[in-house]
Design a protein around this ligand. Sequence first.
Ligand code: GLA
Length: 387
Amino acid sequence: MSAQSIQEIHSKRFGTQGVVYQAPGRVNLIGEHTDTSEGYVMPAALDLRTISVLSPRSDTTANIYSVNFDEQVTLDLQHLPSRRRSHWSDYPTSVLWTLAQREIHPAGFDLTLSGDVPLGSGLSSSASVEVAVAVAVLAHAGITLTKPAIAKVCQFSENNFVGAQSGIMDPFTSCCGVENHALLIDCRSLDYEALPLASEVLLVICNSMVKHSLAGGGEYNARRAEVQAGVRILQQHYPDIHTLRDVTEEQLRRCENEMPEEIFRRCLHVVTENARVLQAAEALRSGDFLGFGRIMHQAHVSMRDNYAASCMETDLLVELAARQPGCFGARITGGGFGGCTINLVAADHADNFVRDVRSGYKDATGIQAEIYLSRASNGAGPLPQVS
Ligand code: GLA
């Protein structure tokens, strides 16, 4: 749906035009489950996004209407809920709750949200909603925060209200994305470099249509806990380490016999994945897409076998992709346990790729995959006013 249509829906419902903002979802090219260990990631912001439209009110009420769910919730900004209720409104509410913790108390407002980031598919629909709410409400409250600071507000909201112990990658990318670039982010310092994506190679995203949910924790938090258990064992030998970011593969292997195999494997994934991101960045800088693709494949195998965060359907999509001419690399992207694969495909092979992967997947599973050809986009901000 266009920003203009969403603004019209807002005007009809609330009787005022409202200011329009957008915040993109993201796809991660490589660097999975490393952000929570202060490691490296390489995502790009998508042209799938959440639009928010906000107009001020003269009381302390927040009306939030979701176009996707065709439902409105009303909150009293002076008495915000302090717990999630496993409802779409948890995401916008979580941001208001975090702002209130930081003594940011906006006046009342009417807010319309509408997004085309598929939910629970590993493309960061939740961060895109949170960032779209944060940028709109902060502007309404007259508060200026840096983009990384907005990302931290959203991560805090997700961790402490929604209940997923997720890292900084998703909101950071939604805030800081750069058109036609991937971001190489150091999740410890939050320094980042925008790496150009060549126009002859497309980011093709295949949605297995198997949904995952990070809300409330589940498998995602369980993996994090396993990694933290591994860090505690490593710290007995290397007291200076804080996270797996500080650990080499050799150090980890020296402690292998002291940890349960599963914990060793989770840690091995993170430690080797950090190294892969840096190698992949080098490959991208030198235009070596074949090399980049090989590293993507290794990353997929590690997500599947060591982190145990893939599933039959996403493995199948990766296998189908690997057989296609013009496909440099394919891997599961995002939190995992379903969701999407990211494929690096030569632009002149993209149509055949989409056709053949779609039909191969349908034949094998009976499921109609959705496939998106996305361009890397800019991060969140206001959209030009449409009248
Ligand atoms: C989810 C989380 C991110 C990151 C990825 C896995 O998207 O929100 O912080 O951990 O999973 O890389």
